[in-house]
Design a protein around this ligand. Structure first.
Ligand code: DGL
Length: 278
């Protein structure tokens, strides 16, 4: 591996702002890496869209990231990881990982009673990808999925600690509580931001798994194994991070400011539909 490849950026993409929860973990764990983030803010949400549509969108985004000479790609979106990861992996030369496998792997190692819950978008739950991965690792486990479609808009409205969110979370999680799970995967980019509400409702006996953190760990291990880690000793600077979106950047910026440890002044809007895969 030559030096230039090691110093190339990592591409991270999501349907919108939520993937910044994954980017935040990658920034913490891999402070020397340069990162290019793309949020598909014009076409969010992915959670209610079909497999074909999500694969088409993801291909365009990967094509855009290729123009940035990325050395690896992280699909930060659970829904896109569920539907597009395996297809993209067959189509592109550089390593690509999603958030589903790292979250599933951790849940398998954490559960004691063999009963794992997973919450996510309708698409993620319908795809059954989390339970497929979990059963590949341990066919004995029981996996119970629950779609929580209102969590994304609640988070994007900033209602992280609000009676409305408590009420809706209570309704969504009530059935899972009665299933006697001891592990719950937060299978959507936005859900780590509701961690305290979800944790309070589920109780201390249920361990919450955050795939965003687990993905950062998997990325570090994968880059190390392929000799792709940035070896420089440079301190992280803001210039190391680039942000692109498909719709007006101002809403993205204000949400990003509430998640990232610094404010994003330079976010560029790009015409993502023009990046057809060649
Ligand atoms: N990023 C999506 C996910 O993690 C949530 C938002 C959406 O539906 O696009 O599944």
């Amino acid at each position: 591996m030559n030096m230039d490849t090691k110093h190339a950026p990592i591409g991270i993409f999501d349907s919108g702002v939520g993937g910044l929860t994954v980017m935040r973990e990658i920034m913490r764990l891999l402070p020397n890496e340069r990162l290019v983030y793309f949020g598909d803010t014009a076409r969010v949400p992915y959670g209610s869209k079909s497999r074909d549509t999500i694969i088409r969108f993801s291909r365009q985004i990967v094509h855009f990231l290729h123009t940035k000479q990325v050395k690896a790609i992280v699909i930060a979106c659970n829904t896109a990881s569920a539907y597009a990861l395996e297809t993209l992996r067959r189509e592109i030369p550089e390593p690509i990982i999603g958030v589903v496998k790292p979250g599933a792997k951790t849940a398998v190692s954490v559960t004691k009673n063999g009963r794992v819950g997973i919450i996510g978008t309708e698409g993620t739950i319908k795809s059954q990808v989390y339970s497929d991965y979990i059963h590949e690792l341990n066919p004995e486990l029981t996996v119970i999925g629950r779609a929580c479609p209102l969590f994304v808009p609640l988070v994007e409205e900033g209602l992280l600690h609000d009676a409305v969110t408590d009420e809706i979370a209570g309704r969504y999680l009530d059935g899972l509580k009665r299933e006697n799970i001891d592990t719950l995967i937060l299978g959507c980019t936005h859900y780590p931001l509701l961690r305290s509400t979800i944790g309070r409702i589920m109780g201390d006996q249920v361990k919450l798994v955050n795939p965003a953190y687990e993905t950062a760990v998997e990325l570090r291990d994968m880059l190390a194994k392929q000799d792709l880690l940035h070896t420089g000793l440079s301190e992280p600077t803001r210039d190391a991070y680039q942000f692109y979106v498909s719709d007006d950047a101002s809403r993205f910026r204000s949400f990003a400011d509430s998640i990232l440890p610094f404010s994003i002044d330079c976010t560029v809007q790009i015409p993502i539909e023009e990046y057809e895969a060649q």
